[in-house]
Ligand binder design. Structure first.
Ligand code: PLP
Length: 460
């Protein structure tokens, strides 16, 4: 027995021999040498174990090579990688928020594969400013004096408060002391920035007189925060930016609005009644407006600060600006996305976030049918149902937006099915409702349909 397995062990090929197998050579193009050798070692060790356990199997080199290939692919997976978002939540923070427009991707590649004039004034041949690129781009789309961008909107709110109100009071309605998620709470951000929160009004009602009575010699700012992810309904009252800016002007205090989503196009006809555009808020008299780059705007993660030249100048000179500054790839993506807004129709078509949230029901239904057909090809039965998608990112119309979903009834519990779907490659993130696993075509891209169908088949 012993001698038998000994001679079998001696037949195990060496790591070097497998490394030279021509079938493995294409792997070296995509994976580091170390991953391939590690995989070979593991496969050979496994084989040795099996032989020692008395499994006198034939040693088949082809089989070894196939196992190595599989192991390399599994080991070589990037940690951060694409998933299929079948949830219908368009602005999904956990799934990476905005898909960039093609134009933005191309521009990122252009800028990232060369040196650039990031901080170089080509006319004067000397040091220039990082943010000139963005100021010009934004001023072509929004009627505003000046602008600057930082890492994200949380950073934007923070640096505005720190610059304009450190050691001074900021008046905010109680109904707007919100938590946005991911531990971004207005009172906490305020405390960290060094500004002193002055709450006014009640949870459901805040009146103009509340603001008036709160203003004193130490008041630096009146702040309005967009209630991104909840609504107060019923017996309510709030003060508009317009009304606030009138008393603010009298007292010489700026008004700041944290808009959250930052909508540049009027989306009311698509059901986004609570989304004022950036331009609207500015024209109502806001002195500073902040919003995200990767929510409704549909570009890269960034925090926009728009407003009065003098205030933007002060914010830009804050030493914290250096800590919150954005990378050239972000600037490239943002500039290219902003350019698409020069033509609204273009923006609605070419910016994936806008295209998905405004997509017509008939077009969604077509994609639902394609998903069903792809599933059928894999032998999977599904049905099409009416449902609602949530735009997400704190810009949700009360009851979502009508959609069609592809639904499958699974033998195992839908939760378990969904768990398994997350473990295939690429992972599929689905929704569960009434014992069905749902795929919402709103967020599923055309090219992902065959992959989705294969994933479902694999799990079944
Ligand atoms: C989302 C949001 C933020 C945070 O923006 P990030 O870009 O995620 O940092 C801040 N304020 C409001 C009102 C928001 O909706």
């Amino acid at each position: 027995m012993k001698t038998e397995s000994d001679s079998a062990l001696r037949k195990i090929p060496s790591v070097d021999r497998i490394l030279k197998n021509p079938q493995l050579s294409p792997l070296f193009k995509d994976y580091p040498h170390s991953i391939v050798t590690e995989s070979i070692r593991e496969v050979l060790n496994q084989l040795r174990k099996e032989l020692l356990n008395g499994n006198s199997k034939d040693i088949n080199e082809l089989e070894i090579v196939e196992k190595v290939k599989l192991s390399v692919v599994i080991k070589g997976k990037y940690s951060l990688r694409p998933v299929i978002n079948a949830t219908g939540v368009v602005i999904h923070t956990n799934l990476g928020r905005a898909i960039l427009p093609e134009e933005a991707i191309r521009q990122v590649i252009e800028v990232a594969t060369s040196y650039s004039n990031l901080e170089y004034d080509l006319e004067k041949g000397q040091r220039g400013k990082r943010y000139t690129h963005i100021i010009e781009a934004i001023r072509k789309v929004v009627n505003v004096e000046s602008a600057v961008v930082v890492n994200n909107n949380a950073a934007a709110v923070f640096i505005c408060l720190n610059t304009l109100a450190k050691g001074k009071e900021v008046v905010v309605s109680r109904g707007e002391l919100v938590e946005i998620g991911g531990s971004f709470r207005i009172p906490d951000v305020m405390a960290q920035s060094g500004a002193v929160l002055k709450e006014v009004g009640t949870t459901n009602k805040t009146k103009l007189s509340d603001y008036k009575n709160a203003i004193n010699d130490n008041t630096a700012l009146l702040l309005k925060v967009h209630r991104s992810n909840f609504r107060i309904i019923g017996f309510t009252e709030e003060v508009s930016v317009k009304e606030l800016s009138i008393i603010a002007k009298e007292k010489g205090i700026p008004v700041m609005v944290d808009l959250g989503s930052g909508c540049l196009i009027d989306l009311k006809k698509y059901g986004f009644y609570e989304e004022p555009t950036v331009e609207e808020v500015l024209s109502e008299g806001a002195d500073i407006v902040t919003f995200s780059g990767d929510k409704l705007l549909g570009a890269a993660q960034a925090g926009f600060i728009l407003g009065k030249e003098e205030l933007i100048e002060r914010i830009s000179k804050n030493p914290l600006m250096r800590a919150l500054r954005v990378d050239k790839m972000t600037l490239a993506a943002v500039e290219a996305t902003l350019r698409l807004y020069l033509d609204q129709k273009n923006a609605l078509q070419k910016i994936p976030t806008l295209r998905m949230i405004t997509e017509e029901l008939s077009s969604i239904r077509k994609r639902a049918l394609k998903i069903r057909a792809a599933l059928k090809k894999e032998g999977v039965v599904s049905l099409i149902k009416e449902d609602f998608s949530m735009p997400g990112g704190g810009s949700l119309p009360e009851h979502g937006v009508k959609t069609y979903v592809v639904a499958i009834k699974t033998k195992i519990a839908p939760q378990d099915f969904a768990t398994k779907l997350r473990k295939v490659e690429p992972p599929v993130i689905a929704r569960i409702k009434d014992d069905f696993v749902l795929f919402d075509p709103r967020t599923v891209q055309e090219k992902e349909i065959p992959l989705l169908a294969k994933a479902v088949k694999q799990v079944l």
